[in-house]
Design a protein around this ligand. Structure first.
Ligand code: SF4
Length: 883
């Protein structure tokens, strides 16, 4: 074991500090960093399982080129880099610089992001650089810039510890920002803070709330307009603050009165009772120390910027800004969405939070000594892929993201990428939907654990990500790859960085260049100090020269607008861009689940994380299930105007009638029909360009298969067309959940062909209507197939345990084929606690027996919830449901 290395979790925007202790064999023991101010030692289920994602089996380790025969062949780095440099030059020469585009990611480190932006915006002369953060928090950026004059998050996480009221709107923080959510719950428990959750779905976060407002989709701005009207009418406007430090209140108030003319109308529009709306307003007015936190439920909307401004309007009107325990707080989705914003990773921003005014362009050009500065904003993600489809953009370089899964109209995006003249993908994994869309060149990127740099979390805190493993094969950090291409294009002088330290130093210097306190993003204190990148402790920006890093902003009412006043904004009436109609009568909402991240290229490698929710699903209300003849656990086809998916039905009263929720994680790599991005409509917010990922009109129909079941196998099994499939990573085997109309014999024939060397046994169980086949090689279970009639889902947990054995006993074989998975092989059901593998039935049993009445008692008896705490909301929900 080597010494522990302090680094940062690569998943959500909480930005937890991690201690990684390499084991000398390519793995590492992972623990929370007790000294990191974001998490003080805590990690959620995803962070705790990072050690299970370090394997090299599926890694891209060498540069590859797509050959004429459709397969990839290994090439040298020299060849790959020369090809990219020459092709970019040729395409720019033939079609102009706007025929080039980069599509980046909030997973990149700040240093990677910085050089990619510098190359495109300063040296190639186009701002066609956008990022998957466009899908994540662009509306917060636009809202901050319009209200504050800069993309500034005023507060910090400590405010969540000190608030008396926490309003979570459009945020299932219990699953998506779990460590931060545990801080909120702690405040509630220890200080009596109240939590209000506003969401169209009853989420795990809602289960912990003192007040849950199950709002109609898209109506957040009506709700906060009702609040703004109440603030004014009940005498809660902070006149001194508003007069001295803001402008535009009367226009904003007039629009709020149009949106929410009275409480009854507002409540009706929001789908809430007047009583609940009033209680929300009363609590908000009664508690000065209020933090309103939001994430994708607010941002991912064609009116996301309005929603952000509706929240900020209320905080400005009451002067609740920049002081301990209060303020608006955007929770970013990705680990370095904020770092991307700082370097200008969005097509409508320049580096260091500068904009596309002529003076800002001039400033950056002089600092970079750039020969060809972009003179205008570039194309944001959705129009960028449209431009690719039209052939206006001919070269695309995708780094560290998977737009073939995550973009709206994902089929259209996949098709568009297939027709590029130059399509480059920098990737950690050897296969994903994007590079499988016809990428010409694959560049092996160093992964988390192998590269150095910095990330910025939701509270403006910059932390180091440190390498603790050697980079395998020919993998290289993204910053190195970009710089090598830049050098080959003739820009060696400006891209001769020897390390990420040097890039960060330039980035910090640019932030302070001709700044004089006029711009929010400023690291000149870092530049002036005897800084030590290697030993850098997490710190917040702005960090101005001769000052300490600033924890909060705007308490003094000094904003970054020309007159230093914050701006209230009048709001438009909310309208869904793709509202349900007769043809597509239901509304599809998309989002994350607790134990997976984005398109599962990393979390999908962890057996522990695979146990929680194994299949792509569609959650729908029992009334809709009845109307559309859908059964819980059956299958449904969702169809929108843009695409289709077939998902497992989860009938649940957590959904409002008329609304469906489906997770975003499954791709063509992990499922046959689970790519939900294919359905999503492309409408975007006019200020932020963020797509409306949470409201697409769809229709639903039940899908019947003749049989369903599973395959567990040590070897890679490939099935032909004609199956609904989901691939699941397990401890000693790969799992495939399947459904099909094929006969049992046709299915078995496919397994036989791939397990030819094995000894085969099979049993048809008339009583249970199951067919079981086992393939044993050298005494060890190699693969098995369980099939049943449609609608009879078979759990595999008991059978799965047999793959942990080096030799099957006679009893094991009997148990396996008879399906009598007793004797320690019982079907244990879905796993609730990922850390200790505690299944739902064991918890249910404990609650039913009366042995556990609290989550803490369950923890004492079964250990569930005692490590990362991510499952605590589910434990409490199970207790509530049974008592
Ligand atoms: Fe990582 Fe979980 Fe912390 Fe997010 S909350 S940074 S996913 S450990």
């Amino acid at each position: 074991m080597g010494p522990s290395v302090r680094t940062t979790c690569p998943y959500c925007g909480v930005g937890c500090g991690v201690m990684a202790k390499p084991d000398g064999m390519g793995g590492a023991a992972i623990a929370g960093d007790p000294d990191h101010p974001a998490n003080f030692g805590r990690l959620c289920s995803k962070g705790s399982a990072l050690g299970e994602t370090l394997g090299l089996e599926k890694r891209l380790l060498h540069p590859m080129r797509l050959g004429r025969n459709g397969s990839y062949a290994r090439i040298t780095w020299e060849d790959a880099l020369d090809t990219i440099a020459q092709s970019l030059q040729r395409i720019a020469h033939l079609h102009g610089p706007d025929a080039l585009a980069f599509y980046l990611s909030g997973q990149l480190l700040t240093e990677d992001y910085y050089v990619a932006n510098k190359l495109m915006k300063g040296f190639l002369g186009t701002a066609n650089v956008d990022t998957n953060s466009r899908l994540c928090m662009a509306s917060s950026v636009a809202g901050h810039r319009r209200a504050f004059g800069a993309d500034t998050v005023p507060g910090n996480y400590q405010d969540l510890d000190e608030a008396d009221l926490i309003v979570l709107t459009g945020s299932n923080a219990a699953w998506c920002h779990p460590v931060l959510f545990q801080r909120m719950v702690k405040n509630r428990k220890e200080r009596g803070a109240k939590i209000i959750v506003i969401d169209p779905r009853r989420t795990a976060s809602a289960d912990e709330a003192d007040l849950f407002l199950q709002i109609a989709p898209g109506m957040d701005s009506v709700l906060f307009s009702a609040l703004l009207v109440a603030i004014a009418e009940r005498g809660h406007i902070d006149e001194a603050y508003v007069t001295a430090h803001t402008k535009g209140l009367s226009e904003a108030l007039a629009s709020a009165r149009l949106l929410a003319p009275d409480l009854a109308t507002a409540a009706r529009q929001c789908g809430l009772s007047e009583k609940d709306l009033n209680q929300f307003i009363d609590l908000w007015l009664a508690n000065e120390k209020t933090v309103t936190a939001w994430s994708q439920g607010v941002n991912q909307s064609a009116q996301g910027t309005d929603k952000v401004e509706a929240i900020i309007n209320c905080h400005l009107a009451t002067g609740r800004m920049g002081r301990p325990g209060l303020g608006p707080l955007s929770l970013t989705g990705q680990p370095n969405a904020m770092g991307g914003r700082e370097v200008g990773g969005l097509a409508n921003m320049l580096a260091a939070h500068l904009q596309f005014s002529s003076s800002d362009i001039d400033l950056v050009q002089r600092f970079w000594r750039a020969p060809r500065m972009a003179q205008k904003e570039g194309l944001k993600a959705v129009p960028m892929f449209d431009a690719i489809a039209r052939g206006d953009i001919r070269a695309l370089w995708v780094m560290a993201t998977n737009p073939a899964v995550s973009m709206p109209r994902a089929d259209h995006v996949r098709q568009a990428m297939g027709q590029l003249d130059l399509f480059v993908v920098s990737e950690v994994m050897r296969s994903n939907d994007t590079l499988n869309s016809g990428a010409h060149l694959l560049l092996p990127a160093a992964a988390w654990g192998e590269k150095d740099g910095t990330v910025t979390n939701s509270e403006r805190r910059i932390s180091r990500q440190r390498a603790f493993l050697d980079a395998p094969g020919e993998t290289r950090p993204d910053w190195w790859i970009v710089c090598e291409v830049a050098k080959r294009m003739g820009f060696a002088e400006s891209f001769s960085f020897a390390s990420p330290d040097e890039i960060f130093a330039e980035h910090a210097a640019l932030s302070g260049f001709e700044n004089d306190g006029q711009r929010d993003f400023d690291l000149s204190g870092y530049v002036a100090s005897a800084h030590n990148y290697r030993e850098m402790h997490p710190f917040q920006w702005p960090f101005r020269k001769d000052e300490k890093p600033q924890e909060r902003l705007f308490a003094n009412g000094h904003f970054f607008t020309a007159d230093h006043k914050a701006t209230f904004h009048a709001l438009e009436a909310p309208v869904l861009k793709d509202a349900p109609d007769d043809a597509f009568p239901l509304l599809l909402n998309t989002g994350r689940v607790r134990d997976q991240w984005h398109t599962m290229t990393r979390t999908g490698l962890s057996p522990r994380l695979s146990h929680h929710l194994q299949e792509p699903f569609a959650a729908l209300n029992p009334a809709d299930a009845r109307d559309y003849r859908v059964t819980h656990g059956g299958f449904v086809r969702l169809t929108s105007r843009y695409g289709t998916a077939v998902l497992r039905a989860d009938v649940s009263d957590a959904q409002r009638p008329g609304e469906i929720f489906a997770p975003i994680h499954w791709s063509a790599e992990t499922s046959s029909d689970g790519r939900v991005g294919a359905l999503v409509q492309p409408a975007t917010d006019c200020f932020s360009g963020q797509p409306e990922l949470k409201a697409t009109a769809v229709k639903i129909e039940p899908v019947k298969f003749q049989r369903e079941g599973f395959i567990l196998s040590r070897r890679k099994i490939t099935m032909t067309e004609g199956f609904w499939l989901t691939h699941v990573t397990l401890d000693h085997a790969q799992g495939i959940r399947l459904a099909t109309d094929m006969t049992s014999n046709q299915v078995i024939a496919q397994l036989d062909a791939q397990c030819g060397a094995c000894e085969k046994s099979e049993f048809h169980d008339e009583a249970l209507g199951q067919h079981r086949v086992a393939y044993v090689l050298n005494g060890r279970l190699d693969a098995c197939l369980f099939l049943s009639a449609s609608g009879k889902t078979i759990e595999w947990n008991g059978v799965r345990e047999l793959f942990g054995k080096d030799e099957l006993s006679k009893t094991d074989r009997l148990i396996l084929l008879s399906g009598q998975t007793g004797s320690g092989l019982s079907d244990t059901g879905p796993v609730v606690c990922a850390c200790f593998g505690v299944p739902a039935p064991s918890i249910d049993q404990l609650i039913k027996s009366g042995a556990a009445k609290t989550a803490e008692q369950i923890g004492t008896l079964l250990k569930a919830g005692t490590n990362c705490g991510s499952c605590l909301p589910e434990l409490r929900r199970m207790i509530r449901q049974q008592t």
